[in-house]
Design a binder for this molecule. Structure first.
Ligand code: ZN
Length: 432
């Protein structure tokens, strides 16, 4: 359990109804929970630690709602290829060689990068997820984990669903609640409708959400129409999957009707602009989704398709793309972009209320950003500076659940040198 900490900064950003920016703000953190969040005031009590953030800003940590952490092992291994070829010819063959231990080290590699970039929570879908859970437990990061399920072969499909259930039973709520779980049917094109119905029923019984890839490419939509006479989102509604809590990654190719289905069903979206651009999948209709009341958050997807896990970069892409596409600079203003990467992220993972807000009573998952750099000077607008000018390297301190995971470049809970050494060995073996 963490000690009582006082943190002060030139600006404190938190979410009430809207974004609140408090000049000379401070937080008191006790046992991982924020007990005071507001303007700095006179204090006589003793603190185990006082962190004075002159020329700094405190804000909620980033929530990366879609990634495959251990795929960081494949960063730069296969690029400039269409999704189908990229998966079938390059990624699936090397994935077949992955061992449990590889997943543990690969996940830690991603966690090092995410902590450095201010990500305090992420949603991961992959396999051997108990190894990923161990990596999350040790590193102190918050995560929502799902075993990737493929249902093309009925026998293997049931076995993988059992693995998914085991992850939920063994890990949901571990690490003082930092680790939560979902069921992760990979996609409608790898999980037939009857299998997805089984997954939905299981998710309902276990009371966990579902994390799925949906409507990522034009080819996926065409195939769905050919096989089932329905587009992916329509099909998911028809078979009842969207009656569960669902986090849908990508959602690039949607009709107006599908956007309305998602709004009505309260389906959460993980928008992954970087990965969608790099794989040439297209650009998701972010402005239209938000205008129709769909909950949208941001994800990086894996480092094999992005090729980094940088939420600052993702946030900038998310806000710039709709402006350029629709020739309308008023779309996705800076404050809205900040919402996508913080409070919306926590909601999209169906986490308890309060994560991502920095309000009193919420979890102390936060980042401190250094402001006195030439590229952040002068400071006319805090949100504009963060979204349009800041770099993830401006992040100086990262805290999850009241524990400092990174301070002034030092990772406090993981041995980065060892992780780089182990993952270097593993990635050479995998591609040999
Ligand atoms: Zn993905």
């Amino acid at each position: 359990m963490s000690q009582k900490i006082l943190m002060q900064a030139d600006y404190l950003l938190k979410w009430g109804e809207d974004l609140e920016i408090i000049p000379q703000g401070e937080l008191v953190i006790e046992g991982g929970i924020i007990s005071y969040s507001g303007p700095a005031c006179e204090r006589n009590e003793e603190f185990a630690r006082v962190i004075k953030g002159n020329n700094k800003l405190i804000m909620p940590g980033f929530v990366n709602t879609h990634t495959h952490a251990a795929m960081s092992l494949f960063r730069g291994y296969a690029d400039d290829m269409p999704l189908k070829e990229w998966l079938e010819q390059r990624i699936w063959p090397v994935e077949a060689k992955l061992t449990k231990e590889d997943i543990y080290w690969g996940t830690l590699l991603a966690i090092c990068e995410m902590i450095r970039g201010g990500t305090t929570c992420f949603a991961d879908m992959y396999f051997y997820m108990e190894e990923a859970a161990k990596a999350c437990l040790e590193s102190g990061i918050r995560a929502s984990l799902s075993q990737g399920l493929v249902g093309l072969d009925p026998v293997k499909g049931i076995a993988s669903l059992e693995e998914g259930k085991k992850l939920v039973r063994n890990w949901h709520g571990e690490g003082e609640g930092r680790i939560t779980t979902m069921l992760g049917p990979h996609a409608p094109y790898t999980c037939p409708p009857d299998y997805l119905q089984k997954v939905a029923k299981t998710a309902g019984a276990l009371q966990v959400p579902i994390h799925i890839h949906l409507a990522e490419t034009r080819g996926e939509v065409e195939e769905s129409v050919k096989m089932y006479g329905k587009r992916p989102v329509e099909l998911m509604e028809q078979i009842g999957l969207l009656d569960q809590k669902v986090l849908a990654a990508h959602c690039v190719h949607l009709t107006q009707e599908e956007i309305q289905i998602m709004a009505r069903k309260k389906t959460a979206v993980a928008h992954n602009p970087g990965s969608n651009l790099k794989l040439g999948s297209g650009i998701a209709p972010l402005a239209e989704l938000l205008q129709n009341g769909v909950l949208v958050s941001l994800g990086t997807d894996s480092a094999a398709s992005n090729n980094n896990l940088d939420m600052v970069e993702e946030m900038r892409l998310a806000t710039l793309l709709p402006k350029g596409l629709r020739e309308d600079p008023t779309l996705i203003p800076a404050v809205e972009a900040l919402k996508l990467v913080t409070v919306n992220g926590a909601r999209a993972l169906f986490l308890e209320e309060g994560i991502g807000t920095l309000n009193e009573g919420s979890k102390a998952d936060l980042i401190m950003i250094k402001l006195n750099s030439s590229h952040l000077h002068p400071l006319h607008s805090v949100p504009a500076q963060l979204v349009y000018a800041a770099l993830s390297s401006d992040i100086e301190l990262v805290m999850v659940n009241g524990t400092i995971l990174m301070e002034k470049g030092d990772l406090k809970t993981v041995d980065e040198e060892r992780i780089l050494f182990e993952t270097g060995k593993i990635s050479s073996r995998l591609v040999s």
